[in-house]
Design a protein around this ligand. Structure first.
Ligand code: FES
Ligand SMILES: [Fe+2]
Length: 440
């Protein structure tokens, strides 16, 4: 069981031993404000992929929690990330989603910053500031740490955060099943889908971390419509596969293939040719467990990154107040994928997981309704249930395969949700972040 009793102030909200959580965590504005401080200003957050910044001076704009940031590739190739906030009156210095810029000039009064964050130009520095403004002390606020795992860029605002490798833990090893299954890794296709959802940010994260239980019900009609390919393997409950808890709140779900033939049975029909092309290389690179037996389906990396393997989809859930979330979604492909396969993945991803995608609409409605029911006073008094499979985790994961890592349970088991909310409680309880530049 996860650390019962270590979070005295948050235990009343998250009782992991019983698999119950208090639904105030989805609707209480004070709890939300504490999340911005304790979770979004402290955790490593996903910013983007290296393939979005291929050239010197390329940049992308994104968010860390509700804080806007610019991610830049500086001359020489170094990647940096800075609060997208002018040090004068706090205006945004960059309004574009992406582009190529050496400098960012604030549209309010014209303070201009280099893409390494340095304040370079202050209009009237001599005449009105009498050269007394300390330019060096007024650069853009940089993140405390930035790093990448095989091209996936993460950053944190907390100087005391653990190293990225340590933070990702076993999840990095499982992420290789996307990032490293072919030589050259992956790249993001151009563009981001963005949409607002009237739900608390934790609902989608929970869903992607480990809710394989909802598929047959929530997405039943999408399958039955015949509009999209249905893998030929069994559907229903209790089928083969695992929820894998990779530590630090990260959850991952994969189905189990006994042999190569079953890998192909799990593939979407339109991707079958490509699956046959890439399988031998993946198996040679990653070995039997990651290269064949585990057919990866979904994951969430704490706090707000999620991924769907089958559709080539990665996304981030940006919080926008306690009752609203902004989804940002990208489509990714192996660098080695042919133009025809890229097109197939892109179209499939749009059809299923675009803003009007068949599956996306099913999911969003569930998260909205669950958020709304946590707003009423009476409904909020009733605990949410996460007890599925609570005493039925697999005691010795190595008995499944000697390479298996993390805590493991059957494919339909709420182990990953319990771990997610356990990590949530630990972060909410801990020390505040050490934010660089704060009150300097
Ligand atoms: S707010 Fe940016 S220059 Fe004044
Ligand atoms: Fe879903």
């Amino acid at each position: 069981m996860l650390d019962q009793g270590k979070n005295p102030h948050f235990d009343h909200l998250v009782a992991l031993g019983k698999g119950e959580i208090n639904r105030a965590i989805f609707s209480d504005p004070d709890i939300y404000q504490r999340e911005l401080k304790q979770i979004f200003a402290k955790c490593w957050l996903f910013l983007g992929h290296m393939s979005q910044l291929p050239k010197e001076n390329d940049f992308i704009a994104t968010y860390m929690g509700e804080d806007p940031v610019i991610v830049t590739r500086q001359p020489g190739g170094k990647i940096g990330a800075f609060l997208n906030m002018c040090r004068h009156r706090g205006n945004r210095v960059c309004r574009a989603d992406s582009g190529n810029q050496r400098t960012f000039s604030c549209p309010f009064h014209g303070w201009t910053y280099g893409n390494n964050g340095e304040l370079k130009v202050v209009p009237g520095h001599r005449q009105v500031y009498h050269e007394e403004l300390d330019m060096e002390a007024h650069g853009l606020i940089a993140v405390a740490r930035i790093d990448d795992y095989k091209g996936m860029i993460f950053a944190t605002f907390d100087k005391n955060a653990p190293a990225l490798d340590e933070y990702l833990g076993d999840m990095a090893w499982y992420l290789d099943m996307a990032l490293d299954r072919r030589e050259g890794g992956i790249e993001f296709l151009a563009g981001v889908h963005k949409w607002r959802i009237k739900c608390n940010w934790k609902f989608p994260v929970d869903n992607f971390a480990g809710d394989s239980y909802h598929g047959p019900v929530s997405h039943g009609s999408a399958w039955e419509s015949g509009f999209e390919g249905m893998p030929r393997r069994k559907k229903g409950y209790g089928y083969e596969g695992f929820q894998i808890n990779a530590g630090n709140g990260h959850g991952f779900g994969a189905r189990w293939a006994e042999n190569e033939e079953q890998v192909y049975e799990m593939a979407l029909p339109e991707f079958l040719d490509y699956e046959k092309e890439r399988f031998p290389e993946t198996r040679a690179r990653l070995g039997d467990l990651r290269g064949m037996h585990l057919s990866p389906m979904h994951c969430s990396i704490f706090p707000n990154f999620s991924m769907l393997w089958q559709s080539g989809n990665m996304r981030v859930w940006h919080p926008r107040g306690v009752g609203e979330t902004e989804g940002w979604s990208w489509c990714f492909v192996d660098q080695k994928a042919s133009p025809e396969h890229r097109d197939l993945v892109r179209i499939h991803d749009l059809q299923r997981h675009g803003t009007l995608g068949t599956w996306e609409q099913d999911d969003v409605d569930n998260w909205v309704q669950s958020t709304m029911s946590s707003r009423g006073y009476v409904g909020r008094q009733v605990l949410q249930n996460l007890s599925m499979g609570i005493n039925h985790e697999i005691e010795d994961p190595k008995s499944i395969h000697p390479d298996m890592r993390g805590r493991v349970a059957g494919f339909q088991n709420e182990i990953n949700q319990r771990s997610l909310y356990g990590q949530w409680a630990r972060m909410m309880e801990g020390d505040g972040p050490a934010v660089p530049g704060a009150n300097a």
